[in-house]
Design a protein around this ligand. Sequence first.
Ligand SMILES: [Zn+2]
Length: 537
Amino acid sequence: MTTLREQKSIFMTTQPTPACYAIRKAHLYDGLGGSPLMADVVVKDGVIAAVAATGSLNLTGVSIIDAEGLALAPGFIDLHSHSDRSILVAPDADGKISQGITSEIVGNCGNSAFCEKADLIREILTETGLRECWGDINAYAEAVTKRRPIVNIGALCGHNTIRSRVKGFEDKPLTTDELNQMKELLHRALEQGAAGFSSGLIYFPGKFSESSEVEALATVLRGTGKPYATHMRSEGNEVLPALEEAFRIARAGAGKLQISHIKATGPNNWGKAPTMIAMIEEQQRSGLAIKADRYPYIFSHTSLLVSVPAPFNRIEGGLLQKQLRESAEVRQNLLHTMTEKGCIRGDWDNVIIMNNDPKLRHFYGKPIATVAAALELTVPELYVKLLTEYKSGGSAAYGTMNQDAMRLFLAQDWCFPGTDASGIPSDGSLGLCHPRGFGAFPGFYKIAREMVPIQHVIRRMSADPARFFNFKNRGVIREGYAADLVLFDEEQLEGMATLENPTALSRGIHQVFVNGQLSYTREDPSFRGRNGVFLRF
Ligand SMILES: [Zn+2]
């Protein structure tokens, strides 16, 4: 049955959005956390020209979107994105915009697509079909701009990226000269408009760095007001010392810390969530600005390589894969070690295959133990096979978190949603992903609104992240601000993506505007407006 609301017309997707229009009778959330009110918003040339209580503006002759019964909020901001390359390969992918996201910050977890060295990422370049490698943020910004992305893109400068550029993937401390080279790369990236500095201290080669190295690099952030964003060295047994390390590094920098995908993994550590929160709040009281992002799921998604046991965990992934391919002895050794040690991240039943390699697609979403049994292999045998035969060794979801701890993090006012995903198309042409790539924001909204008033949930999805990351004139519905807007049904809004159907579009998002232009409408989900810009900070 078609409801009255569904019949309401938006601008024709076959025609350009008018230069001036008004969204009328919207239940307006301005992003700042005030109570919603019935308002009209006038957009002119991509910018919010007026905001006023419904009926108080003269809208004669202005094109109208009748938003009665719908909520209007600032476009959502995804501070934790990995769309660095996907935005170039599929600039019109709908994974993010269909959640109401209008801006993404890429370059998280220590990896940015600029400052790279071509010979180190040849495999990635081959996989994505991209032939370029970007020496600095200016070159990357140009590449993004040329593609006309569907959302706005800003970028962090990644520690792993600059370390590999200077030092390769060697398990060695830096010389003074190398440290200075890295500082210079970071300094230049920040000058050219990088949003901040990120680390991923479980990945290569960041895992080889001492705390003091990252602290020294963080000093480059001083005076910039830009955050240090970190995928911490441990989210499991060592999560508390890892948190202390993050505090120290952020204090060496601009005093701003973004904790990436905050979590405590493994049943032994679930109970640490309240301690983590207490530690964070103590630091906040003493002046350190701390925020965290979190996706609303209790399973993570990362490379299978992160659960390779010692001593293989000291060999960079690409190199290990090469060794596995070339040497039966290495394969045998790894198999032996894995068989001896068992699963080093939870148990095998909690490791779910998420590989997007088309040849493995029929196993997507299934426990690795089930797949192994179907192939008449042991799990370590399958593991070695995946690492040897498939691109990037494959990836998996690790079901190592619990609901209570997740809800506790989501309840915190300093916790924002983050997809921790790259934006991919819902047609599956770029493979599959963790459901968070399609449902993290509506999913966050649905859980958080049970705990706090909607206006505060919206604030944490828009104005708060915008302010923390120094967005200029975005994240609030206010005169003079960019018209990044999302029109949604506040009762219906919900993430629908699951492991069974990871690219299902969210429910409740009606229209999304980026820089004032219609960019997504549920009335024509095949429509894509490509109106994003590169954001410099
Ligand atoms: Zn991460």
